[in-house]
Design a protein around this ligand. Sequence first.
Ligand code: COA
Ligand code: MG
Length: 291
Amino acid sequence: MRSLLFVPGDSEKKLEKGFSARADAVIVDLEDSVAPANKPKARTLAGEAIRARPSGHRVYVRVNDLTTGLTDADLAAVVPAKPDGLILPKSQGGADVQQLSTKLRVAEIEAGLPDGGIAILPIITETGLATLSTATYAGCSPRLVGLTWGAEDLAAEIGAQTNRDAHGRYTDVFRLARSVTLLAASASVVAAIDTVHVDFRDLDTLRTECLEAERDGFTGKLAIHPAQVSVINEVFTPSREAVEQAQALVAAFADAGNAGVVALEGRMYDIPHLKRAQRLLSRARDAGVLA
Ligand code: COA
Ligand code: MG
């Protein structure tokens, strides 16, 4: 998934628009973009929107976190509609994913759905403890499909006045949160998804952030506005040159038999380069630019 677009669950208009934004996934939000009084309405609308989604559209639901006492009602409303996955906010570690997975299992059985069909993608850096516990996601659940991070809640939690410096760059704590997300995703062998760019009118900065994220190993990014989707999709779709290079490298290894190292146009490539090329080709297939 390259782009995942948040849509507040209590807005019928945005729910409708969200599905035409060409995001790889729509995230129907039941958490922070919905005021407490509107949660019941959002649950009902979420269920309806998931059932009515155009075929082939992936949909996730961001439920309320496990400490709120709201998660069970969220699951009861949306699981029967069969979303593709759940976003777990303020996740404190692999044990939270396991706890949600157990709840999901019960909800799936009650809804007559197969056990394990609904994926989980936690937001793993929204508190200090959570950010220091990210290694615990490795092997925590077969439902885990990716990890993403948050800079807004973390800023509030640690008492930072801002998460950016005078040049618009994330300050150290937030760069650490971003980095541990990449490392935890690698340790868990799942996708690393970059956090939202809240300044949704500034598409130039969004593009820069996407390019830096793609360079560093993220394979997608959260969006909050439909206008952000095309920039994200474009940057996270492997370019034709990158695909051709990766194909050439895979072919060179295949031609060389069981070689651990090959030469291509005067450069040495070994197994890590092969793995990187294979990952890029798999992303290109997911993005629909390679058969
Ligand atoms: N999903 C679907 N539609 C959206 C949308 C979204 N995330 N964000 C904006 N739109 C729609 C608007 O409703 C508007 O529709 P209209 O042309 O029919 O009136 C159109 O896109 C243009 O929106 P715009 O006027 O540029 O923005 P806005 O001021 O209406 O909304 C936000 C700005 C930030 C409130 C809105 O983008 C939003 O709600 N984003 C998601 C917030 C969220 O879920 N946060 C939680 C995760 S951090
Ligand atoms: Mg939040």
